[in-house]
Write a protein that binds this ligand. Structure first.
Ligand SMILES: Cc1cc2nc3c(=O)[nH]c(=O)nc-3n(C[C@H](O)[C@H](O)[C@H](O)COP(=O)(O)OP(=O)(O)OC[C@H]3O[C@@H](n4cnc5c(N)ncnc54)[C@H](O)[C@@H]3O)c2cc1C
Length: 566
C-alpha cells in the first residue's frame, strides 16, 4: 500500500540498519502510546524522551551526516530521509520539527569550507546533538535582505556578534546554531556558528505555546573567531537559500505523515459510528469527501516521492528540483490542509476530543504552509519557471526511481542560487499523453487552453508586477506541474496507484483547475481576453461510477488498517 502503515511496514532499504532504525523509531512511539503522546502535547512537555532515544540509537547522526564526514555507517540519503520525515510527522509535528531544524542548522555547515567545524559538528551529531538555523528576525519576516544581526570587527581580531533572532527552533538545547548576519561596515553577508552554552548567548523565551522550543535569542557581543565563520558574501547568501531548498522539501512530508494518521483515525470513527440505523460512511456526501481526501493524500505522496527522484539526480546542469521542491512546499502542504478539512467535516465533534491524534492534526497541519517562506513567496518563485516550462523545453535523460543508497553530496554543492529563469524542463506533453484515463483527458484540455492563454493573451508587464494577479496564474501553473509529477510517480509506484486511482485523483485536479480558473476570471486585473480563456478552462470531471465505487472500497478498507497503541 502506498500510504504509511507503521504496523505493517515492509523493508525498503538495501541495508538492514536503515530499516531497523526506522522500525525502532516507530516502536518508540508505539510503546509511548497515544495517551502519553497526547498528554505530553497538552502539557507542552519538552520531548527529552525522544531526544534520548535518537541519541542512544544515533538516529540523526546516521541519517544526517554526509558519508565523507561519518564513520562509514552514515549517509545523507533523501529517499531514506523522506520516510523518517513521514514517520515523525505521523506521530506529531514537534518530533518532526526538532529533526527539521537540525537539518536546517546543518545545511550551512555542510555547505561551508570550514573543515574543522564540519568535523566537530559530525562529532556533536554522533554524540546525539541537535542543531538550529538562525535566519529569521522579529522585524523582517521574509525580507532577509534586511537582517540586523551584525558581526562587528573586534580589536584583537575576529568579531563581536550583536543582534537578536526570532522563531529559531531548538534555540534552548542546540549543540550549535548556524546564524545569518552581516559584517558591520561592509554589509557583507555571513553565516557563523554559535554555541548556546557560551555566556554571551542570551535565550529570551519560547515564542510559541508548544512542545517545541521556537526561541528568541540575543547575542550580546558574542565573540566570533575566524574558526567560527562558516561562509561569507555571496556564498553565505546562496547557503541561506540552498539550505531552505533542502528544508522546504521536508515540509511536504510532515503534512503527508499528519494527514495519513488523521485519515486512519477518521475512517475508523466514521465507519463504526451509526446514525439513523446506518454507518456514517453510507452517506453519499461522506463517501465523496473521504474519497477526495484519500485521492488528495495519495497524490501528495506520489508527487513528493517523484520530486525526490529529481532532487537526488540534480546537478549544476539539471536544476529542475528548484521548481519541484517549492511545489512540494507550497502545494503538498496546502493539500494536507484540504485533507484535514474534508476529514474534519466528516468526523465533526470527534475532531475536538483531547485523546485523539486528530485534534493535534487540526492545529499542526496549518503550520507547514507558513514555514520557510509562505505560500505566496513560493508561488512568486514558481512562476519564474513558467515561460521555459511551457515554451522552451530542454532534453534530459529519464530520471529513474532513486531509491538507491547513495549519499546526496550535491545538496551541499548546489552552486549560485541565481539564474532561475534559465532553467529548462522536459516537455510535459508526453507524460500527459501517456494516460488514457478520462479525467486525465479533461485535464489535458484545460492545460491546452491555459497554455494558449499564456501564448495569445500573455500577462502584461504590469500584470506580472501585480502579485495578486500573479498568484492566480501561479496556482494554475503549479497545478500543471503537480499533475505531471503525480503521473510520473504513478508509473513508478506499484500497487494501489493504478488507473482507477489516477482517474480519481484527476477528478479532483480537474475541479481544482476549474476553481483556480474562476479565480483568475474574477481578478480585477484580468483582461477580457484572459477572462474568456478562464471560462473555457472550467470543466466538469468525467463521471465514472464503477471506478468511483472501486476506489471507495479501497478507502473503506482503511477503517481497520491502523490504530495507534493506547
Ligand atoms: C513555529 C515556527 C517555527 C519557525 N522556525 C524557524 C527557524 O527555526 N529558523 C528560522 O530562521 N525561521 C523560523 N521560522 C520563521 C518562518 O520561516 C517565517 O515565519 C516565515 O519565513 C514567514 O515570515 P513571517 O511569518 O514573518 O511573514 P512575513 O514575512 O511578515 O510576511 C507577511 C505577508 O507578506 C507576504 N510576503 C512576504 N514576502 C513576499 C514576497 N516576496 N512575495 C509575496 N508575498 C510576500 C507573506 O506571504 C505574508 O502573507 C519559524 C516560524 C514559526 C511560526
Amino acid at each position: 500500500m502506498i500510504l504509511l502503515n507503521p504496523k505493517r511496514r515492509a523493508p525498503r532499504y538495501r541495508d538492514e540498519r536503515s530499516d531497523a532504525l526506522v522500525q525502532k523509531t516507530i516502536d518508540f512511539f508505539e510503546q509511548k502510546g497515544k495517551a502519553r503522546l497526547r498528554k505530553d502535547d497538552i502539557d507542552r512537555v519538552w520531548y527529552a524522551d525522544f531526544l534520548d532515544f535518537q541519541k542512544r540509537e544515533k538516529l540523526f547522526a546516521t541519517f544526517l551526516t554526509p558519508a565523507a564526514l561519518g564513520s562509514g555507517r552514515t549517509r545523507w540519503d533523501t529517499w531514506r530521509n523522506c520516510e523518517l520525515n513521514e514517520v515523525l510527522g505521523f506521530y506529531g509535528l514537534p518530533y518532526w520539527y526538532t529533526w527539521q531544524v537540525s537539518i536546517l542548522g546543518l545545511g550551512p555547515i555542510w555547505m561551508s569550507g570550514n573543515e574543522a567545524l564540519k568535523r566537530r559538528t559530525a562529532q556533536l551529531l554522533d554524540g546525539g546533538g541537535i542543531f538550529g538555523f538562525g535566519l529569521s528576525e522579529k522585524e523582517h519576516g521574509a525580507d532577509i535582505y534586511s537582517t540586523d544581526m551584525e558581526l562587528v570587527p573586534a580589536r584583537g581580531g575576529g568579531y563581536l556578534a550583536r543582534g537578536d533572532k526570532y522563531y529559531i527552533g531548538n534555540g534552548n538545547e542546540a549543540a550549535l546554531l548556524s546564524v545569518f548576519g552581516k559584517i558591520a561596515g561592509s554589509g557583507e553577508y555571513a553565516f557563523f556558528a554559535v554555541d548556546p552554552r557560551r555566556p554571551a548567548y542570551q535565550l529570551v523565551k519560547n515564542v510559541v505555546a508548544s512542545q517545541s522550543y521556537v526561541s528568541e535569542f540575543v547575542l550580546r557581543d558574542y565573540p566570533v573567531g575566524e574558526e567560527d565563520v562558516l561562509l561569507r558574501g555571496q556564498a553565505a547568501w546562496d547557503a541561506a537559500l540552498n539550505t531552505v531548498n533542502v528544508g522546504k522539501y521536508n515540509l511536504g512530508w510532515a503534512s503527508i505523515g499528519i494527514a495519513t494518521h488523521a485519515l486512519y483515525e477518521a475512517m475508523r470513527h466514521a465507519a463504526s459510528r451509526r446514525l439513523y440505523g446506518m454507518a456514517v460512511t453510507d452517506f453519499p456526501h461522506v463517501r465523496r469527501m473521504l474519497t477526495d481526501a484519500y485521492a488528495r493524500l495519495v497524490a501528495m505522496k506520489l508527487f513528493a516521492l517523484r520530486a525526490s527522484d529529481y532532487f537526488r539526480s540534480a546537478s549544476r546542469e539539471d536544476r529542475r528540483y528548484l521548481l519541484f521542491n517549492p511545489t512540494v512546499k507550497m502545494k503538498v502542504t496546502t493539500e494536507g490542509e484540504k485533507v484535514i478539512d474534508l476529514l474534519w467535516d466528516v468526523i465533526a465533534a470527534k475532531g475536538f476530543e483531547k485523546d485523539t491524534y486528530f485534534e493535534m492534526a487540526t492545529r499542526d497541519i496549518r503550520a507547514l504552509p507558513k514555514l520557510e517562506g509562505t505560500v505566496h513567496v513560493n508561488i512568486a518563485l514558481i512562476v519564474k519557471f513558467m515561460k521555459n516550462y511551457f515554451f522552451a523545453p530542454g532534453t534530459f535523460p529519464d530520471v529513474p526511481r532513486r531509491d538507491d543508497p547513495a549519499d546526496d553530496a550535491f545538496l551541499w554543492d548546489q552552486g549560485p542560487a541565481s539564474g532561475l529563469s534559465r532553467i529548462r524542463f522536459q516537455d510535459p506533453a508526453p507524460v500527459f499523453a501517456a494516460w488514457d484515463q478520462p479525467n486525465v483527458a479533461v485535464f489535458r484540455e484545460q492545460l491546452a487552453i491555459f497554455k494558449d492563454m499564456l501564448a495569445r493573451a500573455t500577462p502584461t508587464e504590469e500584470q506580472a508586477k501585480d502579485v495578486d494577479f500573479l498568484l492566480a496564474v501561479g496556482e494554475l501553473f503549479t497545478l500543471v506541474v503537480y499533475a505531471q509529477l503525480v503521473l510520473e510517480g504513478a508509473r513508478l509506484q506499484p500497487g494501489d496507484a493504478d488507473g482507477d486511482c489516477v482517474d480519481q485523483i484527476f477528478d479532483v485536479l480537474v475541479r481544482d483547475f476549474s476553481r483556480h480558473a474562476l479565480d483568475l476570471h474574477e481578478k480585477p486585473a484580468s483582461t477580457p481576453a484572459q477572462m474568456a480563456y478562464a471560462l473555457k478552462m472550467i470543466r466538469k470531471p468525467a463521471s465514472g461510477l464503477a471506478r468511483y465505487e472501486r476506489v471507495w472500497r479501497n478507502v473503506l478498507a482503511l477503517r481497520d488498517a491502523y490504530e495507534m497503541s493506547p
